[in-house]
Design a protein around this ligand. Structure first.
Ligand SMILES: [Zn+2]
Length: 289
């Protein structure tokens, strides 16, 4: 009886060892599986991240709204370091309304009220800007001389619909070009219509450079500038401003069709407190044109 019990005990011991071995061998594939899972998850995130970035090419990213800017919200919380993650091309301004911004091929410039273009520091912030990863959907060479008004009429013929958005880049030889910039503002801020009374204008004759801008539909009023809105920078990247008038000699026009918009609204007092309910008919026209 005792021997039988001992023998059962031995069998149990052996079985226990086999089970422990089994568990150990089970643990190895489990660990491998777990590692594999982590690798696959990591790769999926990386691949998603890449495809996500590629998709971003058709997205316009903007901070705040043009109405808020009209109302004097001149402080935003988005840095240019952050803004660059959403586009390599764009226009806008800086905190305290310190000049006009133009972004081209990933480089961002600040055209101050002295008419000079400075390179933008990553730490600088913007109260209003719109950017995109520029990818030309249509490009045309314009070989005849046109003024700004006729240029806009010509651009109209290049847009397949007036219901989406467009980023537009024009590398041109200009017979004449007039641009403006705005001097830095101090608190308490006054509205943009008041500020532009002190804008500085610059005139260029026979200048090569790039017009970077957007076209937004009329239904975007209050959010962005309806119609064409261009900022200019000279080919040597030394001067420029918000476009007021021009006569183009010849140029290369590239149009990027955009059908998505991402808005990032400022998370600060200025934007929270401003009254954006009142209509401002005609004011934007006076300020931006
Ligand atoms: Zn502008």
């Amino acid at each position: 009886m005792l021997q039988k019990l001992k023998s059962i005990g031995r069998t149990l011991k052996v079985e226990l060892k086999v089970y422990q071995l089994f568990l150990k061998s089970e643990r190895t594939p489990r660990l491998v599986l777990r590692l594999l899972f982590i690798i696959v998850a990591f790769l999926s995130i990386a691949i998603y991240g890449c495809s996500h970035l590629q998709k971003n090419e058709d997205i316009a990213f903007q901070t705040s709204t043009i109405r808020a800017l009209l109302e004097g919200v001149y402080e935003g919380d988005i840095t240019y370091k952050e803004l660059k993650k959403h586009g390599d091309f764009g226009i806008g301004t800086f905190n305290n309304l310190d000049g006009e911004m133009v972004g081209l091929e990933g480089k961002f410039y600040q055209i101050k009220a002295d008419g000079t273009a400075y390179s933008v520091q990553d730490s600088m912030k913007t109260p209003f800007a719109v950017v995109t990863f520029f990818k030309s959907d249509r490009s045309v060479t314009l070989d005849r001389s046109v003024d700004c008004k006729v240029l806009e009429q010509y651009l109209d013929t290049l847009l397949p619909t007036k219901n989406i958005f467009y980023a537009i880049k024009i590398d041109g030889d200009f017979i004449y070009l007039k641009a403006r910039s705005i001097p830095m503002q101090n608190k308490p801020y006054v509205g943009l219509a008041e500020v532009v009374k002190n804008q500085k204008t610059f005139e260029f004759q026979n200048v090569k450079g790039t017009l970077a801008g957007f076209w937004f539909p009329g239904y975007m009023e209050g959010i962005n500038v309806p119609g064409y809105h261009f900022h200019f920078i000279t080919a040597d990247k030394k001067a420029g401003g918000h476009l007021s008038d021009c006569r183009l000699k010849k140029g290369r026009i590239e149009v990027d069709y955009i059908s998505q918009l991402f808005m990032a609204l400022p998370e600060n007092g200025g934007f929270y407190d401003v009254d954006l309910t009142k209509g401002k008919e005609g004011e934007l026209e006076r300020v931006e044109k």
